[in-house]
Design a binder for this molecule. Structure first.
Ligand code: R5P
Length: 309
């Protein structure tokens, strides 16, 4: 048996997992003291079963202390194993020391979570310099790919798509999506000059003038990567693109900026639930949860799962 506990803000996604997977949902309460400390209270303790915390990790810093407290408490109260479903996994982009003295955040964050969780399920973490999660996480970490669901959405909503990756790192996602659609794709180059300052270079798109441009990236954060790619497309005579992100973080006013820049449609997966999260990946998460729940306790590993049609 698997008991699911939704961290605040994750109730809708957890409910989908409960409905689709026939799991049991349990209440978890967080009380915030006047001094800002958090008290976690588990309403119904796990009975020698896997306890699973559901917590997507956009804007992670205020979430991490309550999450670690909850994990430790569930284990102490009798969970056989404690798992984490984090549809979006934070801190993966800082996988190297870009400038002298910087933290390499990915393995530091990985060590924090690995100390408290036995396993982790996540959707398309930003694996760039790392080949797999095991390079940053010492737990049974499993990756689910959103490409089949994204391809399915595009096939249902966009005629004659040209899939465009706004930077080299997106090649892994766009090539997968394009292959599943049997559609053409191009990948742009990007120089990041600051948090909100990027330069995108796009070549070789002229042959695809009659197609509908569909920008696909793993993360939309400040939105500037998408906005720069949109500007280039417009200056090359293309119609407004459909913008698709696996994870729609939309920091501050990013969504408004994207609309103002002329995005025809902005769509994301429900790894972070919001107005744009029209691509549902909960079925794939349920399938992966069934696999991890039935597996014996394991050491660090990496399993790629793609369950969509
Ligand atoms: C970067 O490597 C990622 O793949 C995304 O391109 C990036 O996080 C997008 O960030 P922003 O929306 O702030 O340009």
């Amino acid at each position: 048996m698997t008991a699911l506990y939704a961290m605040p803000g994750n109730e809708l996604f957890t409910e989908l997992l409960i409905q689709r997977g026939g799991h049991v949902g349990h209440e978890l309460h967080l009380h915030q003291f006047p001094d800002g400390e958090t008290l976690v209270r588990v309403e119904s303790p796990p009975a020698h079963e896997d306890a699973v915390l559901v917590c997507t990790l956009d804007h992670p810093d205020p979430k991490i202390v309550p999450l670690l407290m909850a994990a430790a408490t569930l284990r102490e109260l009798g969970a056989t194993r404690v798992g984490l479903i984090a549809p979006y996994l934070a801190y993966m982009r800082q996988d190297t020391r870009f400038h002298a003295g910087e933290a390499i955040s990915a393995p530091i964050f990985g060590a924090l979570l690995s100390a408290r969780f036995d396993w982790l399920l996540t959707i398309d973490p930003h694996l760039h310099r790392y080949a797999n999660l095991a390079q940053a996480y010492a737990l049974d970490g499993r990756v689910i790919h959103a490409a089949p669901r994204i391809a399915q959405w595009i096939s249902q909503h966009v005629a004659s798509p040209l899939i465009i990756g706004p930077d080299g790192e997106s090649a892994q996602w766009v090539s997968d999506v394009a292959r599943q659609l049997d559609a053409p794709f191009v990948v742009a180059g990007k120089d990041r000059l600051g948090d909100r300052d990027v330069k995108v270079h796009l070549h070789g798109i002229d042959p695809w003038k009659g197609h509908t441009p569909v920008l696909v990236d793993d993360i939309i954060s400040s939105g500037h990567t998408m906005i720069e790619a949109m500007r280039l497309l417009a200056s090359n005579g293309f119609q407004s693109p459909v913008c698709i992100g696996v994870h729609g973080i939309f920091a501050q006013d990013a969504l408004e900026k994207l609309h103002a820049a002329g995005a025809d449609r902005i769509v994301t997966c429900n790894t972070i639930v919001g107005d744009t999260s029209l691509i549902d990946i909960s079925e794939d998460m349920v399938a992966a949860l069934a696999t991890v729940s039935s597996s014996a306790p394991a050491g660090p590993s990496e399993t790629a799962t793609a369950g969509a049609p």
